[in-house]
Structures are given as C-alpha cells and as structure tokens.
Design a binder for this molecule. Structure first.
Ligand SMILES: Cc1cc2nc3c(=O)[nH]c(=O)nc-3n(C[C@H](O)[C@H](O)[C@H](O)COP(=O)(O)OP(=O)(O)OC[C@H]3O[C@@H](n4cnc5c(N)ncnc54)[C@H](O)[C@@H]3O)c2cc1C
Length: 437
C-alpha cells in the first residue's frame, strides 16, 4: 500500500481476559441489571425479544490496592511499556496498566463483568484489558473480590495494526487519488464494531453505485451518526483509534433512537435498499405519530379534569382549559400519564408513543438545536489569536486543550475540524472569544 502512495497510520488496541462464569463468586459482586424497558432501533424487531425476564445481568467489581501492587511490580513486562508496541492506543478504553500510570491518583478502577452471550460460559471483564504476561494476569484477576477461584478461558492481549489515513478519502469513502478504491472500518482508523459496520455499508453502497453510474450517497452530519462519523474521518482525520460517541455530534437532540427510521429509512428506500412493503409500513407509522400529535394539540381538557392529574403528579394546577399537548409538556407528566385523562388514542406502539412524547415535550429544544447549529456554521469563519494558552480556558475538555495547544488553529472553523475538539468545545471557544474580543 505504501508503494502505491497510501499514507498509513499505526495504532494499537487490546482486549481483556474471558473468565469462566461458574468460577466467579457472582454473589460477592454488585449486580448491574439491564434497562427496564429497552426499545429496539428497528420497528421490524420483535419487542418480545427484549423481554426483561430474559435479560442476563452484568456485574460490577473494582480493582484494589493488591491489584495495583501486582500491576506496578510487573509493569516492565507489559508489551505496551517495554517498548515492543509503539502505536497510539484507544483513548476511551485504555489498558489497565495505562490507567494506573495515567490516573495514578485513583485508588481503584471500576470493571464491568459482562456475559458474552446466553449460551456461553465466557465472561468479559470490561475495563481490564492488558498486555501483561499470563502469570501476571492470573494474579491480577484473582486479587479482585469474588475472583479468588476464577479461571481464565482466554487471556487478554494487545495488538498493533496499520491503517490508512482517512484524510485521503472523500465523503463517499473512495480514495480521492485512487478512483475505484474504497476504504472502511478499522482500515480507516476507527475502532469498534458499529463504526466498521456503518462505514462498510456506505462504502459498499457507493462502490456499487459507482459501477452503475449512479449518484453517490453522502449522509449529512445532521442525518445520522454514520454521517457524523464519516465527516469527522474525512475532514478532521484521526491520530488515534476513532470511536463514535454521541458527544461528537452537534445535533444530538435530533439524532435519536426513536427517530432513526425517520432520518434514514426514506434514503434507504430511495436507493432501493428498503422494500416497498417496509416503506409503506413506515409511512403508516409516521402518519399515526403525526395524527396523534395533532390530536393532542387540538384537544382541550377542562381545569377540573386536568387538575386531578396535575395534583397527583406534583404539578401546579391550571385555572383555564388546557390542551393535552400542554399537559404533556409538564416535566412531571408523560404520554402514558396523560392517557389517564383521555385514552381514545390511536393505539400507538410503545415506540410510537415515545416519539410522540419527545416531539411534543421537547419541541422548543429541538427548534433551538437547529438554530444553534446554524449559528455555529456562521461562526466557523471567526479568527482565533495564535498566542492563546488553551489549558487556561475553563470549560474545554482536557483532550480539546491538548489538541488545540498542539495545532494552534487560526479560525474557529479550523479548530472545529481538529479530531478530539468537539462541538461543545467550539461553543466554549466562541463564548470565550466574545468575552475577550
Ligand atoms: C483485540 C481487539 C479488541 C477489540 N475489542 C473491541 C470491542 O470490545 N468492542 C468493539 O466495538 N470493537 C472492538 N475492537 C475493534 C473491532 O474489532 C474492529 O474495529 C472491527 O472488527 C473492524 O472491522 P473491519 O471489518 O473493519 O475489519 P476486520 O474485522 O479486521 O475484517 C477484515 C477482514 O479482511 C480479511 N482480509 C485481510 N486481508 C485480506 C485479503 N488480502 N484477502 C481477503 N481477505 C482479507 C481479514 O481476514 C478480516 O476477516 C477490537 C479490536 C481488537 C483487535
């Protein structure tokens, strides 16, 4: 790849040990149950699959003084510290030895003990990834509360890998200088199953469309986390394994789980990836949601009826009639609660009801978010002084302070394109700039 002129990066990552469930004293650990009422992304998923009864819990355990002593005593044997591995590691899931060095003041670190599946004995010790040798791993593990008899089924390890600098690609994920070559996934500098799947989908769509002579599919940032991820990669690049997090989006009130289909399904239909049948069902769902919102806006309730519900839920009473939508906007009320007054609703599914509730309750915030996004777009042209010490600006995250000091951007726009400086940091910078004009 180097020979044909592709710029490569070198990253590292690791994984924790898998431990045999029956050898862990689970009763000594803190239980961490699943969500009470999980909502699937896709309306095609059978909600019965999310039967809470069927969920398997995770557990929480903490490292302790003894664990830290074992790690410190052996840290020179870690591949990451002995000089065998040089690549840049994932900022958001560092190895346990990395955590001990970087956060030396912490007396303990939280670990999640997660079952890998319903039909396996393997438990994943999230937060305990390491490149220490196997004898040390056994001792570290057995120092944890409840793990005194634990047996490792597969040891933890770390790896180093090459990937392409994604700045060489455009938003279709095709190399700018190499027509017909598309990149996706770990090859593009990301880490994570979802990141890889998201890019694979878009690169695949665009490769196929290119062959067919069709227009490429580019998802805007405001449409999805997929669009945000790809825009980040190709405009900001990355100097460490990139993970998609909600905080990377400036539109996160708009990028919700309940409206995933509304944002993306019509695009899928347009390009022939969603069947007519599924699309028509989606249209019917949207119609039900919109009709219900209109009904709530136009239906008024007498003060007497409203006040029974308001008082029961600790809300101040009303003196005149009030619309169902206004009731729903009260912080203490939910869609389910207002249905106690009037339940001739349209028989919405749980997921549709969530959409109605969010759209009505947060209407003001949603509008505000769109306006704020427009404002950020304009302010991107504002210039920044080059002699600022970003470590002194309150409100910036540590990562942003480090990156801004290293790059010293000339404009807010340039600052916003640096990997690791997120839209919330840009908002902080804009306020700072206004104050220090
Ligand atoms: C140790 C470790 C732990 C991780 N832990 C997590 C985690 O807990 N959670 C998470 O979300 N992500 C995790 N990741 C990251 C995640 O696994 C990867 O980012 C993701 O799997 C990348 O998917 P991909 O399709 O881009 O690449 P891959 O899954 O690597 O797929 C590339 C495929 O191409 C094949 N291939 C290569 N060369 C050729 C060739 N010449 N011809 C044909 N086939 C070829 C390879 O065999 C491979 O099957 C971890 C990664 C590692 C290494």
């Amino acid at each position: 790849m180097r020979k044909v002129g592709i710029r490569l990066l070198r990253f590292k990552t690791g994984t924790p040990a898998r431990v045999k469930k029956e050898t862990i004293h689970l009763d000594e650990l803190e239980i961490q149950p699943g969500e009470d009422d999980p909502i699937p992304f896709s309306s095609q998923t059978d909600p019965a699959e999310f039967d809470t009864e069927k969920q398997t819990p995770c557990y929480i355990v903490y490292t302790n003084e003894e664990t830290h002593r074992i790690i410190h005593e052996n840290i020179h044997r870690s591949a990451m510290y002995s000089g065998q591995i040089h690549g840049t590691g994932p900022r958001y899931c560092p190895s346990i030895e990395d955590k001990l060095v970087r956060f030396a003041d912490k007396e303990r670190h939280q670990l999640f003990v997660e079952p890998l599946g319903e039909n396996t004995e393997e438990m994943y010790i999230q937060g305990f990834s390491t490149s220490l040798p196997t004898d040390v791993q056994r001792k570290m593990l057995r120092s944890l509360k409840g793990f005194q008899d634990a047996q490792i089924m597969r040891y933890a390890y770390a790896i180093e890998y090459d990937c392409a600098d994604p700045l060489q690609m455009d938003s279709t994920l095709e190399f700018k200088e190499m027509s017909g070559l598309f990149g996706a996934g770990q090859f593009n500098g990301t880490s994570g199953y979802e990141e890889a799947a998201a890019q694979g989908l878009i690169a695949g769509i665009n490769a196929a469309r290119k062959i067919k002579g069709l227009k490429p599919v580019i998802l805007p940032r405001s449409s999805s986390y997929i669009g945000t991820l790809i825009d980040d990669l190709v405009t900001k690049g990355t100097d460490e394994p990139y993970r998609m997090m909600t905080s990377r989006s400036e539109f996160r009130l708009l990028l919700r789980q309940d409206n995933a289909e509304e944002r993306l399904l019509p695009i899928g239909h347009d390009i022939g990836l969603v069947s007519e049948e599924r699309y028509n069902e989606y249209l019917k769902r949207q119609e039900r949601i919109n009709n219900e919102i209109a009904r709530l806006e136009h239906m008024f309730v007498s003060p007497a009826a409203a006040n029974i519900l308001l008082e029961k839920n600790g809300e101040s009473p009303v003196v005149t009639g009030v619309s169902m939508a206004d009731l729903l906007r009260r912080p203490g009320l939910t869609y389910e609660k207002i249905m106690e007054i009037e339940n001739s609703g349209l028989g919405l599914t749980g997921k549709e009801a969530v959409s109605v509730e969010i759209k009505v309750k947060y209407e003001g915030y949603l509008k505000h978010q769109l306006a704020a996004a427009e404002k950020i777009g304009k302010a991107e042209k504002q210039s920044l002084p080059t002699d600022v010490d970003y470590s002194q600006i309150d409100g910036l995250r540590l990562e942003a302070r480090q990156k801004l000091n290293a790059v010293r951007p000339k404009t807010i726009g340039q600052a916003s394109r640096i990997s690791g400086v997120n839209p919330a940091d840009i908002a902080v910078l804009m306020i700072w700039l206004q104050k220090n004009k």
